[in-house]
Design a binder for this molecule. Structure first.
Ligand code: MN
Length: 228
């Protein structure tokens, strides 16, 4: 059996210290997972359960790749995020076993057409045009979980053209990585190849063509993206 058209190319992310790549199946993203970012977006972080949106697998962009400024926006925003790569199928995970399903961690940038997202919020519409566009998920190489120390207390920062714009710590996540896996795996059967962008701290803002965005998390490979 063949296919009536060429099958889509498998989306993938580089893996630290490996020639092989991590195949991407789905991209889940957590909304408002740092209290100070929830407040800057006009919400009360204390009263909200985690919620999710998705991006297509082929929205991933390799480290160092130039990203074209996307169409139909005048307000493209960066969002520094810890990315969790799922390596084993996971349904109704428990807190104790949640990390057993994780292949590794990476540094990501949840690029957002903020004007389209805001319009969607105001009209009660889905966020897809604001969040799930082409090239919207830059991701640096994945580090295997057993090669990462103390990610739960790692600094997370982002700079634009060398100026620090976001500077926080993974320990400020409202919902920790294990808690997100427990909650999300109750809603969806997580499968090998799924990525979870875990949310961004405060300090989000716009970028324009020519800007160079760098994102870092202690212990992981830095992510650099130039907007062109
Ligand atoms: Mn985000």
């Amino acid at each position: 059996m063949g296919f009536v058209i060429d099958p889509p190319k498998q989306a993938s992310v580089a893996v630290h210290n490996s020639e092989d790549r991590f195949p991407v199946r789905r991209i889940f993203c957590v909304g408002r997972n740092y209290a100070a970012h929830a407040r800057e977006m006009g919400h009360d972080p204390d009263r909200e359960l985690p919620f999710y949106f998705t991006k297509p697998a082929d929205a991933v962009v390799d480290n160092g790749t130039e990203v074209p400024y996307p169409p139909e926006t005048g307000n493209l925003h960066y969002e520094a995020e810890l990315v969790v790569a799922i390596g084993r199928e996971c349904k109704d995970a428990t807190l104790e076993k949640a990390l057993d399903h994780v292949f590794g961690y990476a540094v990501g940038n949840d690029l957002t057409r903020r004007d389209l997202q805001s319009e969607a919020k105001n009209k009660g519409r889905p966020w897809d045009t604001g969040k799930a566009f082409d090239h919207s998920a830059p991701c640096a190489e994945i580090h295997a979980i057993d090669q990462v120390d103390n990610i739960e207390n790692a600094r997370i920062w982002l700079s634009v053209n060398g100026d620090i714009k976001q500077d926080s710590n993974i320990n400020k996540l409202i919902w920790s990585v294990p808690e997100v896996i427990v909650n999300l795996s109750g809603l969806f059967t997580l499968k090998p190849g799924d990525l979870i962008y875990t949310g961004t701290p405060e300090g989000v803002g716009p970028v324009v063509p020519g800007d160079v965005i760098k994102v870092g998390i202690d212990g992981l490979t830095e992510l650099e993206t130039k907007i062109v």
